[in-house]
Write a protein that binds this ligand. Structure first.
Ligand SMILES: [Zn+2]
Length: 368
């Protein structure tokens, strides 16, 4: 039912686009979601929305702080732009600073921390409840069209995992007391008493019960997604739910999307409305056609709406992401079975006129 609502939304958004841009009317494919991610903004909000409309943007993925700012939501309604709140789940530096005991623990026995990425253990009942309550309050206060669940997974700094990496070199988690106790309770598997530290315990689990461990991890993530969806839809039945997924195909890095990230996309797609893989090809040392390969892979497992997020500006790597390569990436991102594209992020697009013109041109819209 909710999926029908999203299709209806896209058809309506598409009708608006088609009315304005007749070039699209002859196409039979459903309307595409054209989204931007934005976290903060200091300039004029009316100008911002006018520019989005001129580019054909019909959805904005926004931080709760910016969604709460000034006339943001009123302008979104006026322009027919749908608002999704970006909500980080297990990435939470503030809570970790207050209570370092919440850190997830890797199979090396280390805190789940790499560069700016730091993760909370996913099985703490109190933390999970607090996040659910936080989300419910935001849905009540800001009345968004959708929520976009980010960092809804186990710890991994995937942004710097390049194609040549081996599966074993990526840290697995979480092996703290909370997870080990819950794993034993939920699966009936008992850890031998002879096991020494975290590394030895993790090694034994992966060798003897690797499959059960991975299935259980995925369940830890899926169950929270289900709880969040049940709770928010009790407040707003038509609220849409997007899941940010790690851009790994099913067999990349030894099945790491499940083994490391704990994201079973088929299971997550069932209660959610859409999956958005973060196809930031340039920083991952991939080529634009890889975006379509990821979308096809996700779609093959979920059979639902898949809308890739693509990067616009440089990140992590210094070699310039050219306008030419961006255009190619945009084409790949829009190829079926994709349901659209989400630009990460608006700030990067706003400051590069050539890339902005490419977006306007591809969407058959004249830039103002
Ligand atoms: Zn844990």
């Amino acid at each position: 039912m909710i999926k029908k609502a999203l299709v209806a939304f896209l058809v309506l958004a598409g009708a608006a686009l088609a009315a304005e841009y007749p070039a699209k009317t002859s196409e039979k494919s459903p309307a595409l979601m054209i989204g931007v991610k934005i976290y903060e903004h200091e300039g004029s909000l009316p100008n911002l929305f006018a520019e989005w409309s001129s580019l054909g943007v019909n959805t904005v993925f926004v931080s709760p702080a910016l969604a709460a700012q000034g006339q943001f939501r009123e302008l979104a309604r006026k322009h027919g732009i749908s608002v999704f709140l970006i909500l980080p789940i297990f990435y939470n530096p503030e809570e970790l600073k207050k209570d370092p005991g919440l850190y997830a623990l890797t199979d090396r026995g280390e805190q789940a921390k790499d560069d700016w990425v730091e993760f909370v253990c996913p099985t703490r009942p109190d933390y999970r409840s607090r996040r659910v309550l936080w989300i419910k309050n935001l849905v009540r206060e800001l009345d968004p069209d959708g929520v976009s669940l980010d960092f809804i997974r186990y710890f991994v700094f995937w942004e710097m995992v390049y194609p040549e990496r081996t599966a074993d070199s990526i840290a697995n988690s979480c092996f703290d007391r909370s997870c080990l106790e819950k794993f034993q309770k939920d699966t009936g598997i008992t850890l031998p008493e002879r096991l020494g530290g975290t590394a030895e315990t993790a090694k034994w689990i992966m060798a003897e019960h690797g499959r059960e461990w991975t299935d259980w991890k995925c369940g830890v993530i899926t169950s929270l997604v289900r709880t969040i969806i049940d709770e928010v839809r009790a407040i707003k039945p038509k609220l849409l739910v997007n899941i940010h997924s790690v851009p790994w195909r099913e067999n990349d890095f030894g099945g790491a999307i499940k083994v490391i990230a704990g994201q079973d996309l088929a299971a997550l797609a069932a209660p959610a409305d859409m999956i958005s893989p973060m196809c930031y090809w340039h920083m991952l040392k991939r080529k634009p056609p890889w975006i379509r390969e990821v979308v096809e892979d996700v779609y093959s497992r979920t059979k639902g709406l898949v809308v890739p997020s693509i990067q616009v500006g440089n990140a992590y790597l210094s070699d310039k992401l050219s306008a030419e390569e961006f255009k190619e990436a945009l084409e790949e991102a829009l190829r079926p079975p994709s349901g659209g594209v989400i630009f990460w992020n608006w700030d990067a697009l706003a400051k590069e006129p050539e890339k902005k013109a490419a977006v306007a041109d591809r969407l058959k819209v004249r830039s103002r």
